[in-house]
Structures are given as C-alpha cells and as structure tokens.
Design a protein around this ligand. Sequence first.
Ligand SMILES: [Zn+2]
Length: 203
Amino acid sequence: VTALPTLAAALEWASKHWDGRNPPYTLNVHDTEGELGGLAYSKAFIGYLSATPNQTTEETVTAPCQHWARKLPALCPVCGVRDRDGKVIAETNVYSKTVLRYRWPMWRAITKLQNALRPRNEPHPYALILVLARYGWQPRSAARELGLPWDYAEASFLRAIRQLHGRYEEAPVDTRRSTSHAAAWTELSVSQQNAIIGGETAA
Ligand SMILES: [Zn+2]
C-alpha cells in the first residue's frame, strides 16, 4: 500500500509540505524581488545563506506518559515529581522530551532527489517537481510547460512525487527516540501542583 495512491493525493502531500520551511531557492527569488543589486537581503535570506539541507533542530515536546518504566509499587520515574532527596512523590502523567528534527525536511528530500538516477527517455524527477512547484501544483499547466502529453505527464508526475515522498523524513531515524526527563516540581505550574496534591488527597 502506497501512501500516495493517486496524483491528486500526491499533489496534496507535496503542496502541504512545501511550506514555510521550504528550500532556499524559492526564497532568494521572492525575498529579494524588487531590490536593486541585492543590497538589502532580508533577515530570512541571510539565515538561509548559512543553512544546509541536513541541518537539525532540537524540539521539546510533551507526551502523555505510559508509565512503561514504573515498577510497582514504586511511582513512575519518568513522569514522576521528585522531592529534595530524589524520591518520586507523585506522577504527573506527562513528560517532556527533546527530539531532533530536520530543520528543512523538504529541502533535504529534494536535494536527495536531485541525485536520483534519471529514468531513460524521461525528464528527471527533480525537474518535474520544480516545474510542478512553479505552477502551483497545477499538473496540467506544468505538463503544458513541459510539452508533455497529459497521460504521460500524469504518470511521470505521480512517480516523481512518490520518489520525493520516499526521501522525505521529518527526523533522523536513529534519534527519534531520545532521552526524556520529568519536570521538576518547581517547573510545574501552581495548578499542576495543586492537581497532583489533589490527586494524592483523593487517593
Ligand atoms: Zn509515568
């Protein structure tokens, strides 16, 4: 089962992920448009000058705790709040973790696609994607631009987007699971603290 069964689904996926984190080659067109001599680069563009496709960024996310590390009758050490001696005194049921993500997953994917082998007698998938993007993911306009018969273009576009999709990753595989830590008691809001105290009283 493929994630992108039809060209419509493929186009939707591509346009949705071709977003604010999109590759620099679109920004150096739009961001400097209308400026003479490129003197006034935008802040965004200056940021992109130092960007690389494989750049990662750390994100802190919170997740509901499944208490997989809990050894009854002790409380869960992952989402647990500790007292001054390090003893777990209450469970918060949520924990925060740091995850590594690609900063520019689409740029990375398209860079990898650039290195894909070109099928014989066909336009390179990288070129097809760029033309589709330029034509706002309107495949018939893109096909006309390329001078391709529609049936042929339809199949080629779908194949190209699938190839792009196959190279698209939100995060490095080996670091998706990373270290976690529970919030210290003092990092919790007063309402969270009260909820925990209330839960203890009720229990
Ligand atoms: Zn837990």
